[in-house]
Design a protein around this ligand. Structure first.
Ligand code: ADP
Ligand code: MG
Length: 727
């Protein structure tokens, strides 16, 4: 009998490459073809309708019903010209995935015929049956209604299936009483808050022409690929997104031969395929490469306005999974699919920009004289310092807990890297030194290779929040996360800080302090009080953990505890005073996140118990029986003890591992039951975190040592080496 594992291996090895058809050799020929772009709008909308949508997109102005009807008509005509037959509101509920519910344009008429229709109401607002989405108690079950409302700032697009196309309209999702039930609604509020705070500060103190600002985001997406057949032979991967068991491969990433190595052909085809789909949807993918771990890869788009960048990332994750199917590949977006091997993150490159074309985090030639840059820069540092616990909470999730502080991942300690140049600039300001000359760029001069300007901001790859020359890179965000959580918090705390800064400076000026002095003195105070969050060394080292503790920086390792920061007095004030969440929404969100944690660990507990009982133990017993029979045979044949001693030892080792697994599985069942009754959701989450989850490691240790001993042919689950070294 051949096991599922060997069948899977066979399938994986016999896969052929898949032909990828691209609409054209030139990306620019098909970029954005499935998006209701400005150009498409001009073509399909009346002048009035076009100008109303533009204003709604750019200035958040409301669209009235009559115009909405016209927009819907134009949008439908565009979609039908692309052969779409259905439409859906596309939203981001707190389940983590995107949600859709398709309706047909088709409508029967009284005379027995039919027409294609799309009403203004259907565009602007819908009422999906919301009772199956998490609400954290905002919506009682009898009041199941929630509604989705059009977000004109993110363009409508067409999702292509192999047998049909659907017009998708990005929307927010709120309860009937107006509370947010999704990621997008609070994100838009946080972005609005930061944009107006930036405009207020910059136009009052630096440049009257600054009338608009926007936050930009470039998201680097890391992921693993495994063969689909292998994936389906691993119930843990299938049901939890990660391997709960698995002996470390003989070769892992120690040779560093994967990163920037050549991309395996099958993977390369897959990349080209999903990139093609992404371009049609206007996702500006720019970079692709292998990552450090075997089987790990990365892609990154050009940066965009935050709301759009997040929609695009959500779409991209969806696309990658769909396109993977065509190639027999499963995309693992989990933060830590394989123990002992690097995890995956989603670096959030973030900056603030103005309508005058200035990147506010880009220093000019002499940063010392660039007060506007310094203002934003130091305010970011202060905001992150003062709200480090909240930022930590914004990236907290059950899967990210495995990554933070593990192999090649930023620690759970929030710190900021700014580089030696910016450090000396800030130190000089603090010590009232006049602008000291910082070392200018050196250049490499090797034979005929043209001069390459060295980036004068040094790089640090181990910081969770690093300044990278013209933006901050928030690296601690998990690979499967909706970045909205991180971006809501980051933009909210910056907005809050800039509002405070503005009123401090106003007060000083009112008292007669010169503007420049007021600003510099305030920045100096900020820098001094926030300095202890700056760290330039190796964030992955044990020394840093000790040093951070000495500095009093938080190091909260687990999600249930980290999430508490959402409900602190300080955080509530940030969210409520900037109109991002009300108290009820915050409490609901907290509840949902704790609940999600419980559900994830609960599922892992069940899957692990099942796997250990029905896969691992039977395999161990089979092999043990074979050994026992062999020992009996050897004994019967009159062999001396020394001949079968090592097999006897193996039998004992197998027994002790089997016992340890079955005892621990029993404990898991008991502790899971207790955890469910531990009290409120937070207590429940704590119990799962501290009583249930640690038992997983015990099972794993025994199982992995059995995997090492047992006859390879008897082992049912695809092994790490088989899953990781994709060809
Ligand atoms: P890395 O060295 O970490 O790979 P890159 O320089 O390749 O970083 O850039 C990573 C991401 O940062 C890209 O998505 C890029 O578009 C984005 N990025 C560059 N400038 C900005 C900016 N001003 N605001 C936001 N993101 C930016
Ligand atoms: Mg990066």
């Amino acid at each position: 009998m051949s096991t599922l594992r060997f069948q899977a291996l066979q399938t994986a090895l016999s896969r052929n490459t898949v032909n990828v058809s691209r609409p054209s050799e030139k990306i620019s020929d098909y970029y954005n073809t499935n998006v209701f772009t400005d150009k498409a709008m001009k073509h399909f909308l009346s002048k009035d309708a076009y100008s109303a949508v533009s204003k709604a997109a750019k200035a958040g102005e409301k669209i009235d019903r009559i115009v909405a009807k016209q927009v819907a008509e134009g949008m439908k005509n565009w979609a039908m010209s692309k052969c779409a037959t259905h439409y859906t509101h596309w939203f981001q509920p707190l389940t983590g995935a995107t949600a859709e519910k398709h309706d047909s344009f088709f409508e029967p008429t009284e005379d027995g015929g039919s027409i294609e229709n799309f009403s203004g109401n259907a565009l602007v607002q819908q009422e999906p049956d919301a009772s199956s989405f998490p609400s954290g108690g905002i919506r009682n079950t009898f009041e199941a209604r929630g509604y989705t409302a059009w977000d004109p700032s993110s363009p409508a697009f067409i999702m292509e299936g192999s047998n049909g196309k659907t017009l998708c309209i990005p929307t927010i999702f709120v309860s009937y009483t107006g509370e947010a039930l999704d990621y997008k609604a609070p994100l838009l509020k946080a972005l609005h808050a930061v944009e107006s705070a930036v405009v207020n500060v910059c136009s009052s103190f630096f440049d009257k022409n600054i009338k608009k600002a926007y936050a930009s985001l470039g998201i680097e997406q890391e992921y693993f690929l495994v063969d689909e057949a292998m994936y389906y032979a691993r119930p843990d991967l299938m049901l939890t997104g990660r391997t709960l068991l698995g002996h470390a491969p003989e070769k892992g990433q120690q040779l560093d031969d994967h990163y920037f190595g050549s991309i395996p052909p099958r993977v390369y085809d897959f990349m080209i395929d999903f990139e093609t789909e992404a371009y049609k949807l206007g996702i500006p993918l720019k970079t692709r490469h292998n990552e450090v771990a075997p089987g790990q890869f990365e892609c990154a788009p050009n940066f965009e306005e935050v709301n759009l960048a997040i929609d695009h990332n959500q779409l991209l994750m969806d696309l990658m999974e769909k396109v993977g199917q065509r190639h027999g590949l499963k995309v693992l977006l989990h933060e830590k699919p394989f123990a002992g091997i690097n995890g995956s993150g989603k670096h959030n490159n973030w900056s603030l920009n103005t309508n005058t074309g200035v990147n506010l985090l880009s220093p000019s030639k002499t940063p010392e004289t660039n007060l506007q840059f310094l203002t934003i820069f130091v305010n970011v540092i202060k905001a992150v310092h003062d709200n480090a616990d909240l930022l930590r909470a914004s990236i907290a999730s059950a899967p990210n807990d495995h990554r933070l502080g593990a192999n090649e991942a930023p620690p759970a300690i929030m710190s900021i890297f700014i580089g030696s140049q910016m450090t000396s600039v800030l130190e000089n300001i603090l010590n009232n030194k006049s602008a000291a000359k910082t070392k200018s760029n050196t250049s490499i001069n090797v034979g005929k290779i043209p001069d390459i300007l060295l980036d004068n901001t040094d790089r640090n790859r181990t910081s969770p929040f690093a300044f990278t020359g013209n933006k901050f890179e928030y690296r601690a965000v998990g690979s499967s996360a909706n970045c909205a959580n991180a971006m809501i918090v980051l933009n909210a705390v910056i907005a809050d800080q800039l509002v405070k800064f503005k009123s401090e400076i106003d007060a000083l000026i009112k008292k007669g302090t010169k503007k420049e002095n007021a600003i510099l003195d305030t920045l100096k105070t900020y820098y001094k009080s926030s300095k202890n969050i700056l760290f330039e060394g190796n964030g992955y080292s044990d020394e840093w953990v000790k040093e951070a503790a000495k500095r009093g920086l938080g190091n909260i390792k687990t999600t249930p505890e980290a999430l508490n920061a959402y409900l602190s007095k300080k955080s509530k004030s940030v969210f409520i005073s900037n109109n991002i969440f009300n108290e009820k929404e915050l409490e609901a969100r907290y509840e949902i996140m704790q609940e999600l944690y419980v559900k994830k660990i609960d599922i892992e507990a069940k899957v692990l118990a099942q796997l250990a009982t029905s896969h691992v133990i039977p395999a161990a017993i089979s092999y043990q029986t074979r050994l026992a029979k062999n020992v009996a045979n050897l004994k019967a044949a009159g062999m001396s003890k020394s001949v079968y001693q090592s097999q006897k030892n193996a039998i004992e080792k197998i027994s002790s591992n089997i016992n340890s697994i079955s005892q621990t599985v029993n404990k898991i069942i008991v502790e899971t039951e207790k955890a469910h009754h531990a009290g409120n959701t937070h207590k429940c989450a704590l119990a799962f975190c501290h009583k249930v989850k640690p038992l997983f490691d015990v099972v794993r240790k025994s199982s992995d040592s059995l995997e090492f001993i047992i006859d390879d042919e008897m082992w049912q689950l695809p092994k790490y080496r088989e899953m990781l070294f994709i060809k």
